[in-house]
Design a binder for this molecule. Sequence first.
Ligand code: 5GP
Length: 188
Amino acid sequence: MCDISSKLVIVSGPSGAGKDTIVGGLLEIDDSFSLSVSATTRPPRLTEKNGENYYFLTVKEFEDKIAQDGFIEYAKYGSNYYGTLKCDVEKRIQNGKTVILVIDVQGAAEIKKLYPGVLSLFIMPPSRDVLERRLRKRMTDSEADISKRMCIAKKEIAKSCEYDYTVVNDDLDKAVSQVYNIIKKEIK
Ligand code: 5GP
C-alpha cells in the first residue's frame, strides 16, 4: 500500500469513553472525513448493521482474511477479533477522504509501527465511575462483559501517554470541537 499515513487519524479510548459518538459528530460537520468500517467476530448489538457499524465475520472468515493479508492491523479485544480492512481504507483514501480509525490500543500501536507519522488521539472518560455508568446505560453488554471492559479500560488508560493528543469527554460538544480542531490543524 502507498504511504497513507498523512490521511489517517487514529482514535482510541476505553469502551464507553464516547469515541463513536464523537466521531459521529465529526462526520456530521465535515464530509471530508470518512470512518473506516472494521471487521469483527463479536456478535452485532441490537442496533448494529452489517457493513455499517462493522463487517460481522465468523472466526473462520476472519482467520481466512488474516491469511490473505486482508488487514492493515488486527487485534484480539476480550475474546473477539477486530481488524482494519485494507480494502476499506484504500477505497476511502482513493475517494479523497481523511480516514478515521476507531481502534483499540493494540491496533493503534501496530498502525504507528507501520506509519510512524500517523496522527493519534485518545478519548478519556472524565472518571472511572462515569465510564462504568456509561457502559451500564448502554444496556447491551452482560455484567461479565462490563467487568471485562472496565479491566481493559484500566490498561488502555495507562497507554494514553503514547498518543499525540488526549481529549477528555466530559462535554460532548466540547470534545467534538476539540477533536475537530486538532485534526484540522494536523492534517492538511
Ligand atoms: P466494541 O466491541 O465496543 O465495538 O469495540 C471494542 C474495542 O475494539 C473498541 O476499543 C474499539 O475501538 C476496538 N476496535 C474496533 N475496531 C477495531 C479494529 O479494526 N482494530 C482494532 N485493533 N480495534 C478495533
